[in-house]
Design a protein around this ligand. Structure first.
Ligand code: PRP
Ligand code: URA
Length: 209
């Protein structure tokens, strides 16, 4: 599927293994989510525009490149997307941060919106939507639609683990949105959980349950 990048990097794969492990506690889980998000940011930003400026090294004048494209907004889907914010901000410290609150109705698995606060100039920014889990795809697809309704034109979706079903749903609804996934899993179970997955990302991040 074009527009979908599945990461194949030994360091990310290593961290993903410990993220999945049920014996990994909340502190280590949070650290791993943040570190994986930071590593993913390198690839997600690969097509960012640059321009040449003139600088002076201690030895001579030279031309060198700096980022020049659209400003960036990162938008975590609450709650679990929050765990990816610091990792991305460590690479893109000037990014603005918006929030979209969605939870999955446990019966229907449909996303229910309960909060939204976005930078006022969201339409002019490249928007990185963050959610560790892409399961049925309902939450990510709804968040992207919400951002489009608010005028966003350049959107990328960043997920740590995805089910093939979720990728298909988001890709069909939003073929213009590139999807970045650290680990592509096998399938969903009857309750919409990703297999093998890592369980409930929000609960594991915040120690709820
Ligand atoms: C989880 C996860 C995603 C969503 C993925 O959130 O963080 O947002 O489920 O499932 P989907 O692709 O089928 O929509 P959840 O609804 O459990 O809320 P939480 O982050 O507050 O725990
Ligand atoms: N949300 C999660 O946190 N985990 C899953 O496996 C599916 C949805």
């Amino acid at each position: 599927m074009n527009n979908v990048t599945i990461f194949d990097h030994p360091v990310i794969t290593h961290k993903l293994t410990y993220l999945r492990d049920k014996n990994t506690g909340s502190k280590q889980f949070r650290d791993l989510v943040s570190e994986i998000a930071m590593l993913m940011a390198y690839e997600v930003t690969r097509d960012f525009e640059t321009k040449e400026i003139e600088i002076e090294t201690p030895l001579q004048k030279t031309k060198a490149k700096v980022l020049s494209g659209k400003k960036v907004a990162i938008v975590p889907i609450l709650r679990a997307g929050l765990g990816m914010v610091d990792g991305i901000l460590s690479i893109l410290p000037a990014a603005r941060v918006g929030h979209i609150g969605l939870y999955r109705d446990p019966e229907t698995l449909e996303p229910v919106e309960y909060y939204c606060k976005l930078p006022t100039d969201i339409a002019d920014r490249t928007v990185l939507v963050l959610d560790p889990m892409l399961a049925t795809g309902g939450s990510s697809a709804a968040a992207i639609q919400y951002l489009k309704n608010r005028g966003a034109k350049s959107i990328k979706l960043v997920n740590i683990i995805a089910a093939p079903e979720g990728i298909e749903v988001v890709h069909n609804a939003h073929p213009d949105v590139p999807i970045y996934v650290a680990g592509l899993d096998e399938r969903l179970n009857d309750h919409g959980y990703i297999l093998p997955g890592l369980g409930d990302a929000g609960d594991r991040l915040f120690g709820t349950k």
